[in-house]
Design a protein around this ligand. Sequence first.
Ligand SMILES: Nc1ncnc2c1ncn2[C@@H]1O[C@H](COP(=O)(O)OP(=O)(O)OP(=O)(O)O)[C@@H](O)[C@H]1O
Ligand SMILES: [Mg+2]
Ligand SMILES: [Mg+2]
Length: 317
Amino acid sequence: MKLAILSREPKSYSTQRLVEAALAQGHEAVVIDHLQCNIVLEKGKPGILYQGVLLEGFDAIIPRIGASVTFYGTAVVRQFEMMKVRTAIDSQAIVRSRDKLRSMQILSRAGVGMPKTAFTNFSADVPAMIEQVGGAPVIIKLLEGTQGLGVVLAESAKAAQSVIEAFHNLKARIIVQEFIAESKGADLRAFVVDGEVVGAMKRQGKEGEFRSNLHRGGSGTLVKLTRAEKAAALLATKALGLGIAGVDMLQSKRGPLVLEVNSSPGLEGIEKATGQDIAGRIIEYTADLAARKREKPKPKKDSVRAVDAQSDVPAGK
Ligand SMILES: Nc1ncnc2c1ncn2[C@@H]1O[C@H](COP(=O)(O)OP(=O)(O)OP(=O)(O)O)[C@@H](O)[C@H]1O
Ligand SMILES: [Mg+2]
Ligand SMILES: [Mg+2]
């Protein structure tokens, strides 16, 4: 099969591992920079121009879209969808997962465990908002932050109030969240491919840091998830309609609490912590998707994509 990996970083660990795994499984693999793709539209003929050439003959794509280019990146993924090229991750699912508020709304409805979370448009409501999530200490998060940047721990109601006001003044949209102290600066990352947890690690923040992100100096070690943790990761992934996902959870007294679901999860930390060929699993899944399309081109209903491609409403509701 001919696979395209949409990535802006051909030399990154994740991209290289995907190319390597595709070749190992006998496929052709090309890395395409989505920002260099031009979308061309005419009646009945959606196309993509890449470095002056029309892209043709791809069976499937694996999008790795960075948070800073979600709009353009997902437009390119959508264009491949319009061209009937299979994608390992749907464009709408990427959009859904990128917005922390939107994804928390979907996860809440799906019955996924999560820290109590509040959102408001009015800075006048700040004390009520802090109370709503159980009072200080609270976590304040930018809606579209990543790598732990834009996540603040406010130890007191006063500190929370001034941080929230500062963000509001900057017109930055934020959520306020109950601080889960029992997780002690650690979180779980479950890597899900095609409705299965293919690897999991525990990430521990460096000394004195409440954020466990590897980009903030945290370290990942292999962990065996409990049945409840696995179920939460799978439910969250399914609710967002993602074929591939990195689900971040906190361990708490009341069970696993999902923080977010990443649609372009990095491979380096998880492969190194688990020793698993996760890139290989992604390629198998993607090739399988493309093969399924070849066999039955008409009715498209597969178990992972439980969400209507156009909306946040689960299929059939
Ligand atoms: N409510 C909370 N209680 C305790 N710790 C938290 C809470 N929310 C976040 N954290 C810690 O901060 C880290 C970063 O938070 P989160 O994953 O929400 O942000 P992010 O910037 O999107 O990170 P990512 O790079 O994983 O996308 C978490 O991995 C966790 O260790
Ligand atoms: Mg994130
Ligand atoms: Mg995270």
